[in-house]
Design a protein around this ligand. Structure first.
Ligand code: BGC
Length: 762
């Protein structure tokens, strides 16, 4: 490649292609194929494709084999459409149930996320289709996602936030990893050498390519030096001069070497995933709709049942709720699939029961509700755990009839279920994809027993969530004060009561556990028996209970699991291998994981709070050093204090200076500033914000303010870096306007006018 070709190949071609003369296409993902033309105006303007359940429901399967089937279905569609790389899976840890993109992520637990993501990536890659493991890393919230700084201490980073990425990189070798929008510990991910080179390549041995999230690269030479290889999308000439300048002015050849490396990796990705690759063959034995259906069935969680489920033939049903006639089966934003078939719940119900319009005439009342697209989506976080008042009122009215009410709940993340105690049964579907209606009928009728388990804790109150007060606030400087106590690690360690615990889910049958044996601290054997009257599957979960001492550790963590299908009366002995990190912690002093010696318990159960059998084991290991113990002193057992660290405590375990990106003022704005940030100081920015809002509403398919597409676009343009906003607004915001905005916000109003005039003359 000539230098010119190298400069050009490290930047995308248009929105979705990469390469020079030989080009490949990269498309969203991950719960279906979102293939768009470059000329598409609306986010939802893509080819029709199978809409699989989103990550929340996929993870609730706790079944890597089923995830492989999804990956196989997706691979077929990518091969058919000449798509080289599918942009997924998303494996960020769910730090708070309020996260707007929770539906796109698997779990609050890194091990479950890692196993699920490994199956997904391995499945696609084995068929010659590339994947993009995203969003690397610390991208836990939507608010200020392009300008925030995630401040995470070293142990939480390695034990929680990086762990799933590490497992998948090592075990499934994704072709690409996508660097996230946010800053991590002060540095934008795309420019973060520690993340992209020291950890990803040197520590984990990643051999693939690092692609920027769409618009996340603002400093092309700096990012290439740090370890990013491909900026997406095409930066329409904005970034090229800076790379040329860096090459011209460098003295030691390091910029040229970094460019060579990046260009070679893009070339390799093209060769490995090019549509004519011999590996890429359609498998004719896959029915993608059936895969979507089975995944929805296996990932639905029965949260409560007083016996009203399954519903017997001949029962008279009344069904209502905001999500009854239009089931919510997927989320909004870059993962939105142009669905092949809209589920038809009324028709599906009528096929099996003769359905009435008046609740008074019915035996059972079904309510279809939960989180709507306006409440959660890409680009914006939720504000509360409550459902809208209208849904609460609906449910109260149904309950007042005195008839059994069954709640069919949808949503990408936990919420407070109103009148939980009074409801007869609750079935949580997550976001179940295109076959939602069929999947619901399998479960309501009892043809299949529910077997999904929660991959995230359902808290009782927002105030109970571990990052309460430190999530999606007005600040761009986010302190991850709860450290390693994410999700159940927090509720379990400090005995905080919850609505439903991690790993929870009921069945129409029952299971007994017996005969647990641990071999070589690496495998667990036990017997599971179906003691009920119908067939069903159980997710057996293995938790390791840590020794208590003067070093900070969570009480327990998930270290293995297996889904087992059993006929009534059938018993199986199963073997579950333990995660190789089961007895390890990250030592800041060593800069590596160490095995911690002591007395541990291996516990097997049907959920975190339903442990059935256990065994004690002794582990030989190292003593944690005095330095590590001083940095992470234990707060339990029996800790009465709220275990969120104070600013001073957190400073001690964070060990770095806190950032102050929230209070940029006059003189400090540059191309990484956002229009909203600059609006505080600039009339011009306020004017532009108004125009952007009007234009985005006009461009959307619905023309409405609260349309999720509008909210996502608006957040992107107003709270993305001005650089990315300019590139992706397709020159609506030109380079002269960018310069004028920055000058105006920095208090140089005359210079701003000059820039505007220059732009006008052009
Ligand atoms: C999202 C990514 C997505 C990309 C391309 C970004 O805004 O964060 O998940 O793959 O757009 O659509």
């Amino acid at each position: 490649m000539t230098e010119e070709e190298k400069i050009s190949i490290v930047t995308g071609r248009g929105m979705w292609h990469a390469g020079n003369s030989r080009q490949i296409m990269l498309c969203d993902g991950p719960n279906g194929l979102r293939k768009q033309d470059d000329s598409a105006v609306s986010n939802n303007d893509s080819i029709i494709a199978t809409c699989y359940p989103t990550a929340v429901t996929i993870a609730q399967n706790w079944d890597p084999d089923q995830v492989r089937r999804v990956a196989d279905g997706l691979a077929n569609e990518c091969i058919l459409e000449d798509v080289s790389v599918l942009l997924g899976p998303g494996v960020n840890i769910k730090r708070s149930p309020l996260g707007g993109r929770s539906f796109e992520y698997y779990s609050e637990d890194p091990f479950l996320s890692g196993i699920t993501g490994t199956a997904f990536v391995a499945g696609l890659e084995s068929r010659g289709v590339g994947t993009s493991l995203k969003h690397f890393a610390g991208n836990s919230q939507e608010r200020f996602r392009m300008s925030s700084n995630s401040q995470i201490d070293e142990r939480a980073l390695h034990e929680i936030y990086l762990r799933a990425f590490e497992m998948i990189v090592k075990n499934a070798r994704p072709s690409t990893v996508m660097a996230s929008y946010n800053r991590l510990n002060g540095v934008y991910s795309c420019q973060n050498r520690e993340l992209l080179t020291d950890i990803l390549r040197n520590r984990w041995g990643f051999k693939g390519l690092v692609v920027s999230d769409w618009g996340a690269c603002t400093d092309l030479p700096g990012s290439i030096r740090a370890g990013m290889d491909l900026e997406m999308p095409d930066s329409i000439g904005f970034h090229r001069p800076s790379l040329e300048k860096a090459l011209r002015e460098e003295k030691d050849g390091s910029m040229r070497r970094a460019l060579d490396r990046a260009a070679a990796r893009v070339e390799k990705l093209i060769t490995d995933t090019f549509p004519d690759d011999k590996n890429r063959k359609i498998r004719t034995d896959i029915d993608t709709h059936q895969v979507a259906k089975q995944t929805a069935v296996g990932g639905s969680v029965l949260l409560k049942n007083n016996g009203s489920l399954p519903i017997k033939k001949g029962t008279v049903i009344y069904a209502s709720g905001p999500l009854y006639r239009k089931l919510r089966v997927q989320g909004g934003g870059s993962s939105h699939i142009n669905i092949r078939r809209d589920p038809d719940m009324p028709a599906a119900l009528r096929k099996e029961y003769e359905v009435v319009e008046d609740p008074k005439e019915a035996d059972v009342l079904l309510y279809f509700g939960g989180l709507t697209d306006e409440i959660e989506g890409e680009g914006y976080d939720r504000e509360s755990l409550e459902l809208p008042d209208t849904q609460k009122e609906d449910i109260r009215n149904l309950l007042s009839t005195g008839k059994p009410v069954i709640f069919i709940a949808f949503g990408g993340s936990p919420f407070i279920i109103p009148y939980r105690d009074e409801m007869a049964s609750i079935l949580y579907m997550g976001l179940p994809g295109e076959a939602a209606d069929e999947a619901i009928m399998e479960l309501l009728s009892g043809r299949v027993s529910p077997s999904g388990k929660l991959a995230e804790t359902w808290p009782l109150r927002l105030e109970d969530t571990p990052c309460f007060g430190f999530f999606s606030t007005d600040s761009r400087d986010i302190e991850y004060r709860e450290s390693i106590f994410v999700g159940y690690r927090f509720y379990d360690t400090f005995q905080v009561p919850v609505q439903f615990c991690f790993g929870y889910g009921l069945s129409y049958t029952s299971f007994s556990y017996d005969g647990l044996k641990v071999k070589d601290l690496s495998t667990v054997k036990l017997k599971i028996k179906n003691t009920g009257t119908v067939s069903g599957a159980e997710v057996v979960q293995i938790y390791v209970r840590n020794p208590e001492g003067d070093f900070l550790r969570e009480r327990r963590s998930l270290r293995g699991f297996k889904k087992v299908f059993l006929e009534p009366g059938e018993e199986k002995e199963i073997t579950i291998s333990l995660d190789d990190r089961s007895f390890q912690v990250w030592s800041v002093e060593k800069g590596d994981f160490i095995t911690c010696g002591g007395e541990y318990a291996i516990e097997a159960g049907a959920s975190l709070q339903d442990i059935r059998v256990r065994a004690s084991v002794h582990v030989e290991g190292e003593n944690v050093s005095a330095g590590d113990r001083e940095r992470y002193p234990s707060y339990y057992p029996g800790a009465k204090r709220r275990p969120v660290f104070s600013g001073a405590d957190f400073q001690k375990l964070y060990g770095r200076e806190f950032s102050d990106f929230s209070r940029r003022g006059k003189g400090e704005f540059d191309r990484t500033a956002t229009i909203r940030e600059m609006s505080r100081a600039s009339l011009l920015a306020r004017l532009v914000a108004g125009i952007v809002h009007r234009e985005v509403v006009k461009m959307s398919s619905s023309g409405k303010d609260n349309d999720p597409e509008v909210r996502m676009m608006e957040e992107f343009i107003l709270d993305g870096t001005i650089d990315a906003a300019a590139i992706q607004s397709d020159r609506m915001i030109g380079d002269d306007l960018v310069r004028a905005l920055i000058e105006d916000a920095n208090g140089h109003h005359l210079r701003a006018v000059k820039e505007l005039l220059r732009g006008g003359r052009k």
